[in-house]
Design a protein around this ligand. Structure first.
Ligand code: COA
Length: 633
């Protein structure tokens, strides 16, 4: 599609959507206090309350900042976008694998031999090119919201970044660059990683895209070239697995040399990576496959066979362990799922298009990317490899399929499945630690122009009341009291969800107020220096619903050293949970959390079943004995 038309289509896509609102100041401050009161000590809360009240007082700092935010809303498509992107991703200095990049794990594939694996990779590439053609033509059907407040159209911007983005490391902050208007005449390429070497696979020759057989034959050449030990270059991909500042420093060293600059430029401008992984020699259980997608198994396995800055990396292991690694700053897991499912359906649903020999062109072999190395760079590579190894050794992952029930049972209780699962996650945490902690659940705000996410703070006071009633050994709560508390907790969670997806949550708003104060060169308002504010942004539980319709699952690591990542995929008759934490931290254990989660889910089911049985018994005894009750007054 010509650039002008593309621009027009983009404009059309986003113009119909409203702008993200700025919630009323008082509403946010009241909600903030409600969210933190039961999570901090009484004394600390008293201080926080005073600070918040001062901030929100008529004529106070809050009013000034709120006014500025409202002005910013007028001037921009999405007032929070840049602030959020920097705060959530670009300013974060942690390494991308485990800490930031989510992955999709495909079902284990059965490959008879290497050729089979290459055929699978060739099909992935064809699927990606098909999907990219739809995106480029702006022909993807617009998504509509499902679940809560279903039916409204959603912003499609994130899709346009799938194959056009690159996250550049920076010394203080990274930069996400998107080539929106790449001239269509520029030949496109994919980078294929194999044995830690990188190859340029041009996806078209003489203006015609490669067919599946041609891609397969190019991949065969790549495999062969990578086997030549004499030409093998050091594992430069390791550098991208390092902390962002370390990688930025290393990149400055690399770019002193023209050969390195050329190689970097080719990686930075590719559509995506396809990583042909060595066999892991590990039992391919769900948990193992999840770990291998998250970090590649470190430098001894496939940890260097990656380029973490690039948004999409499709991994094809020779042992059938496959999936996608995604750099998160450009889009959310939901878009990653859509793309992964399209590619998987392409592979399983369309017959292989191995072309007739006559239509297969003789193509020049793909080029290997060259690197210039010296002692200094060798040292950097070793240091990056060591740090990746630490990350690998530290990740405690447990993929748990809860088989007893799924969404259907929860819907029968007339409860929101997502809210129910969130309450169960709270119960599990409470069982492990006897308290609740600041919790993050991502809520999509794609109902708005350029919308990304805000936070549902799931550790509600109502959830606390419920989990206390389920665990208190001193006081026995009746089933009806527990059931009432469960309903209250689910209602509170559902209301928060609705507030969040309609742009009325508090995290983006508070971030906006803080950032505006910085822009005005004001002294940092007390509300943001407060201990409670820091604690409320330290998400010990980082959770997210990432549902799939094809057999595959998403997972990610914890966001703080003493926390859990909990990604879940609710299906009609089961729920898949991917729980992660760090071994290093003695307070967390994924297995212990999963055990508590299993127990909690069973206890809640039993409670619901007992309550319905009691309700139907009382209804039937009501019918059997004495005059029928009149309904109403
Ligand atoms: N009784 C019966 N059924 C109910 C119900 C009730 N009280 N409440 C909800 N349901 C049904 C819904 O109608 C929906 O039905 P469907 O399966 O036919 O679509 C289903 O249960 C699921 O709804 P619910 O569980 O309430 O959640 P949701 O789908 O609205 O999801 C969020 C809630 C917060 C997860 C969602 O809004 C969201 O933001 N998702 C994006 C998360 C994200 O970005 N993840 C990736 C991060 S990288």
């Amino acid at each position: 599609m010509p650039i002008m038309e593309k621009e027009a289509a983009r404009e059309r896509d986003s113009q119909v959507l409203p702008k993200v609102p700025v919630p009323p100041l008082k509403q946010t401050l009241d909600t903030y206090l409600k969210c933190v009161q039961h999570l901090v000590k009484e004394e600390q809360f008293r201080k926080t309350k005073a600070v918040v009240e001062k901030f929100g007082a008529p004529g106070g700092v809050g009013e000034v900042l709120q006014k500025k935010l409202l002005e910013r809303r007028e001037k921009t498509n999405n007032w929070v976008y840049d602030y959020w992107l920097e705060d959530m991703y670009l300013n974060n200095r942690l390494a991308l694998p485990v800490n930031s990049s989510p992955v999709m794990v495909f079902p284990k594939q059965t490959f008879r031999d290497q050729k089979d694996a290459l055929r699978f990779a060739a099909r992935i590439i064809r699927g990606v090119l098909d999907y990219k053609a739809l995106i480029d033509a702006r022909a993807l059907p617009v998504d509509f919201a499902r679940g809560q407040l279903a039916g409204t159209p959603l912003c499609m911007e994130q899709y346009y970044r799938l194959f056009t983005s690159y996250r550049y490391p920076g010394l203080k902050t990274d930069a996400l660059k998107v080539q929106m208007n790449a001239a269509s005449s520029v030949p496109e390429h994919i980078i294929v990683a194999c044995k830690d070497q990188f190859f340029v696979l041009d996806v078209a020759a003489n203006s015609k895209q490669l067919n599946e057989t041609e891609i397969f034959s190019q991949l065969e050449k790549i495999l062969k070239m990578s086997e030549n030990a004499e030409e093998r270059l050091p594992p430069f991909g390791l550098l991208t697995s390092d902390g962002r500042t370390e990688w930025a420093q290393a990149r400055d060293v690399l770019t002193k040399d023209q050969t390195n600059r050329d190689s970097l430029a080719l990686i930075e401008s590719c559509i995506c990576l396809v990583c042909l992984d060595e066999p892991s020699r590990l039992e391919p259980r769900d948990t193992t496959r999840a770990l291998l997608m998250l970090h590649g198994g470190g430098r001894e396995k496939n940890g260097a066979n990656r380029w973490y800055d690039k948004s999409m990396q499709f991994v094809v292991g020779m042992d059938g362990i496959c999936g996608v690694v995604c750099e998160h700053s450009a889009f959310e897991g939901i878009v990653l799922v859509q793309c992964s499912e399209y590619v998987m359906k392409y592979i399983t649903g369309t017959p292989s298009k191995m072309a007739a020999a006559s239509s297969v062109r003789q193509l020049p072999p793909p080029k290997r990317l060259l690197w210039k190395c010296n002692a200094h760079i060798h040292g950097l590579l070793t240091a990056s490899g060591d740090r990746l190894q630490k990350l690998v050794n530290n990740l405690d992952m447990d993929v748990f399929k809860f088989n007893t029930y799924g969404k259907d049972f929860i819907k029968k209780q007339k409860m929101s499945p997502d809210a129910f699962i969130q309450v169960a996650l709270q119960l599990a945490f409470f069982k492990c630690r006897g308290r609740l902690v600041s919790t993050y659940e991502s809520a999509s705000i794609r109902r708005f122009q350029e919308g990304r996410v805000d936070n549902i703070r799931s550790a509600t006071p109502e959830a606390l009341a419920f989990v206390q009633s389920m665990t208190d050994e001193r006081v026995t709560f009746t089933d009806s009291e527990k059931m009432k508390r469960l309903r209250d907790a689910i209602n509170a969670q559902t209301s928060y969800t609705i507030a969040a997806i309609t742009g009325m949550a508090i995290d983006n708003h508070l971030l906006g107020l803080l950032r505006i104060s910085k822009e005005l060169n004001m002294e940092k308002p007390e509300i943001f220096c407060d201990e409670t504010f820091a604690a409320s942004n330290h998400f010990i539980l980082s959770t997210s619903q990432v549902p799939t319709t094809v057999e595959m699952f998403c997972c990610y690591g914890p966001v703080v050293t003493n926390g859990y990542g909990a990604c879940y995929n609710p299906q009609s008759d089961h729920i898949l949970f991917c729980v992660s934490s760090f071994w290093e931290n003695t307070e967390t254990s994924s297995a212990v959390y999963v055990k508590a989660l299993n127990e909690g889910l069973l206890e809640i089911r039993d409670l619901c079943n007992r309550s319905s049985a009691a309700a139907s018994k009382s209804a039937s005894s009501g019918r059997g004995a004495g005059p029928p009750h009149k309904s109403g007054k």
